[in-house]
Design a protein around this ligand. Structure first.
Ligand code: IMP
Length: 436
């Protein structure tokens, strides 16, 4: 039975929530391996809208186990709130959710430090989601982090929290001039939270390896996107985790060679939230129209997203790094009325050199000029199309052009937010996708 990965090809917000939901219907285990509640995965079930931040998308389907892997950073208050929200809508969360005890925790001091670090960065700010992601991962790497399993024994937790807070409180109060939360309050609150979660804590890696050996279908749910990856992305304007396929083994305990298939989700254009280079970014009326037609506002922070044309140089790079079996192209319907549609196929570097490979050094990205090809657009509403063949000829030509540019087949397409607004691509990749 396949172990399949679905990750983001661009800067996040590609519509992974819907794609995961589609595959989760057949999965036995759905797993988050990186990031935290900086993510926001939106799923429509009929007219009902669900926004998931930490809990894997399979939670909406009965029959699947949903694992928060060890590579995720968990804000306990946010997790409990998300669980309660789903329970109030009739979803049996405790039955379907498991959390790896090795997952590190986000505490209020991490969020406080996230906000203050942004202030100190001034003009060089990253535009983080303010959820404490960077500071929590920093603590993990510095070996001062606290893991979920550390909470199970009150004395271990007390010792680790005291040690962490002595340093954090000094930084928050003496460097940032802020008031830090009291140790006693945080200790008591966290202890209460962990009692609710205790039955859900597992060794996630072991769970996955056993599930795989038993022939179960496993789905790895990416968060953010390849260009926000700590190593592969537009550093330092990235998140603090490994968002690509390479993050799965480290973030779960599932052996890398056991992964069967990898797909990436990409919009038919580009968006980005937060700061950092974005070569094909639009401005003025074109950007405003794309944002309105695509309802491009962050699911987690509500921030308006920066919008631009599809960047084939970036997409080729991200596709090659992830070693993809196929791409799932989303939001194709959003492009109606744009004519011509432009796609960046190369970059002109400062000095005039034209390259088709993504440049390694990001400072160049701020100054590059995209080299565009223009394609005919369409005026029709395509959100009712039920198959690739029903799309207008110019839309099909656009999809084939992206496919050739990326060098990866488009396995599936999405033309709207609904569960049924999705169909297979025309290439052979569609066939293996159906079995994923
Ligand atoms: P952080 O992950 O909150 O530290 O934010 C770092 C960068 O990643 C910022 O540019 C955020 O806007 C971006 N980011 C984090 N999570 C997401 C996401 O789920 N979608 C899109 N951008 C994100």
């Amino acid at each position: 039975m396949p172990a399949t990965a679905v990750i983001g090809l661009q800067w996040g917000d590609e519509g992974k929530g819907k794609v995961i939901d589609h595959l989760a219907a057949r999965a036995d285990v759905v797993v988050r391996f990186a990031g935290g509640n900086n993510a926001g995965h939106t799923v429509f079930v009929g007219a009902e809208k669900y926004v998931l931040h930490l809990i894997p998308g399979g939670i909406l389907h009965h029959g699947s186990i949903n694992l928060i892997g060890r590579g995720v950073v968990v804000n306990l208050a946010a997790l409990l709130k998300e669980m309660e929200g789903l329970e109030a809508r009739g979803i049996p969360v405790a039955e379907r959710l498991r959390i790896d005890g090795r997952a590190h925790l986000i505490f209020p001091y991490h969020m406080q430090m996230d906000g203050m670090a942004e202030v100190w960065r001034g003009a060089g700010r990253i535009g983080t989601t303010g959820r404490g992601i960077g500071p929590a991962y920093s603590d993990k790497v510095a070996r001062t982090g606290i893991r979920l399993s550390d909470l199970l024994d009150p004395e271990t937790f007390r010792t680790r929290l005291k040690a962490a807070m002595a340093e954090k409180t000094a930084v928050i109060e003496k460097v940032y001039g802020q008031v830090a939360e009291s140790y006693e309050h945080l200790f008591e609150e966290t202890r209460r939270a962990v009692e609710r979660l205790r039955p859900l804590i597992v060794d996630g890696g072991a769970l996955l390896r056993h599930a795989h050996a038993a022939g179960k279908r496993i789905l790895f749910e990416g968060a953010q996107g390849t260009m926000l990856d700590l190593d592969a992305g537009t550093y330092p304007f990235v998140t603090s985790s490994w968002t690509g396929v390479w993050g799965i083994a480290g973030g779960t305990g599932f052996p890398p060679r056991s992964l069967d298939r990898a797909y990436a989700v990409s919009k038919a254009y580009c968006t980005r939230v937060g700061e950092g280079p974005f070569p094909t970014e639009l401005s003025g009326e074109l950007e405003r129209r794309l944002r309105e037609q695509g309802k491009e506002y962050g699911a987690t922070t509500g921030r308006p997203r920066r919008c631009g044309w599809f960047d084939a140089v970036q997409a080729r790079y991200a596709a090659a790094l992830n070693g993809l079996d196929g791409v799932i192209l989303t939001n194709l319907d959003v492009l109606y009325g744009f004519d011509p549609i432009r796609v960046a196929v190369a970059y002109r570097l400062p000095g005039g050199k034209v390259v088709t490979e993504y440049p390694a050094e990001h400072p160049a990205l701020g100054e590059i000029e995209p080299v565009y090809e223009e394609l005919a657009g369409w005026q029709d509403d395509i959100s009712g199309a039920l198959s690739f063949g029903e799309l207008p000829a110019v839309t099909r030509a656009y999809v084939r052009f992206l496919e050739r540019q990326m060098g990866v087949p488009i396995a599936s397409l999405s033309v709207g937010p609904g569960r049924d607004q999705m169909f297979d691509g025309e290439s052979a990749a569609a066939a293996s996708w159906v079995k994923a």
